[in-house]
Design a protein around this ligand. Structure first.
Ligand code: ZN
Length: 360
């Protein structure tokens, strides 16, 4: 799970060293609260080309501890009591296997920088606090997707927000007119909003609400939390502002009518979760992956994602990462699965990319 990647990091460090890599743990732990920093491994190459970056994350969502893995008909699942954690352990397995293949077959390759982050599932915190000074690769790949025949080159930016509506408490039976019902105000504001899909590239959600004291008390406070995402920066800011304004309108309208002690009031907090990614079809990383797929007699199509990942943070830092799939399915659920065949396909593609890259 997030913030408890230490034992896995130590084991991966040991295995990566056996595979000939130099390993480093950065100082991100102080910021993330994890029991380890991000793990960075550098494998020297025999070809003089710029390093290639390969990324995956070490944490999983909950419930992800004490996983009992079942393998039936070529498919890995959990026993249904926990997630499987193929997101993103399947990627780590693929990376280790690809490095073993390179070594066993003495395949010529360029330098490779492997970045295994912490706290991806906890707001990309590992990547956000990664020591980018340890990296020199101009671009690379994140293994954190489902489709082994696709490469994700576009992901949205996202904002998170919290709205606190402050009303006034009062006895619900004796003096309701002395109170301001914060839940009712929130309901009015929400009723006027378009929630969910706004357009083809924009979504928003109010996903959490809490408020009220008891049935006989006019609720003095309600707190809502939500998010907005868009592939278009202006739309993202527009949708976020629109939600906040809807609440402000209701608050203002109520104040105009009653003006009770300057109430109701409202506090808002908007935070940027991550910036969007946009990698062009002609970018070397896209061409390289497509050439590698072609060398295997396969094709790879570019795809757009609706979610954020470590790749968003790397993109903002100037290191574009295409997201490759490992075959993981129904992630973040107890029905999560991954086919062994798909992991083999992902490994073949990664090895082919590394081979192709050394010819650049
Ligand atoms: Zn993931």
């Amino acid at each position: 799970m997030s913030r408890r990647e230490g034992a896995l990091a130590a084991e991966l460090k040991r295995r990566l060293q056996i595979l000939g890599a130099q390993t480093f743990i950065d100082g991100a732990a102080i910021k993330t609260g994890s029991d380890t920093g991000n793990l960075i491994a550098r494998l020297e190459g025999s070809r003089e080309v710029p390093p290639l970056l390969v990324n995956a994350h070490m944490d999983t969502v909950q419930p992800g501890e004490g996983v009992s893995v079942l393998f039936k008909d070529g498919v890995f699942t959990s026993d249904g009591r926990t997630i499987l954690g193929a997101d993103d352990k399947s990627a780590i397995a693929v990376i280790l296997e690809a490095l073993s293949v390179l070594r066993e077959n003495q395949i010529q390759h360029g330098p490779i920088e492997i970045v295994l982050t912490t706290c991806e599932e906890a707001g990309l915190k590992g990547a956000k606090n990664l020591d980018f000074n340890l990296l020199t690769a101009p671009y690379g790949y994140a293994l954190d997707g489902s489709d082994t025949e696709g490469i994700i080159v576009q992901a949205p930016s996202a904002n998170r927000f919290e709205i606190r509506l402050i009303g006034k408490d009062a006895h619900a039976g004796a003096h309701p007119e002395q109170g301001i019902n914060a839940i009712h105000l929130a309901a009015k504001a929400m009723a006027g909003l378009t929630i969910g899909r706004i357009d083809i590239e924009t979504t928003c959600n109010i996903g959490w609400i809490e408020g009220g004291v008891a049935t006989n008390v006019v609720p003095p406070l309600v707190t809502l939390r939500g998010e907005a995402r868009s592939h278009d920066e202006a739309k993202l800011q527009g949708v976020t502002a629109g939600i906040i304004e809807a609440f402000e309108e209701v608050v203002k309208e109520h104040r105009r009518r009653t003006g009770l002690d300057g109430l109701p009031q409202m506090e808002t907090h908007v935070e940027r979760s991550y910036g969007r990614t946009r990698i062009s079809e002609g970018h070397p990383l896209v061409l390289l992956a497509k050439q590698a797929a072609a060398s295997l007699g396969r094709s790879l199509r570019t795809k757009i994602s609706g979610g954020g990942s470590d790749a968003n943070v790397f993109f903002e830092k100037g290191i574009p990462l295409g997201i490759l799939g490992t075959g993981m399915r129904e992630v973040h659920t107890t029905r999560e699965s991954v086919r062994l065949d798909d992991m083999i396909r992902a490994t073949e593609l990664l090895v082919a990319i590394i081979r192709q890259h050394s010819k650049a």
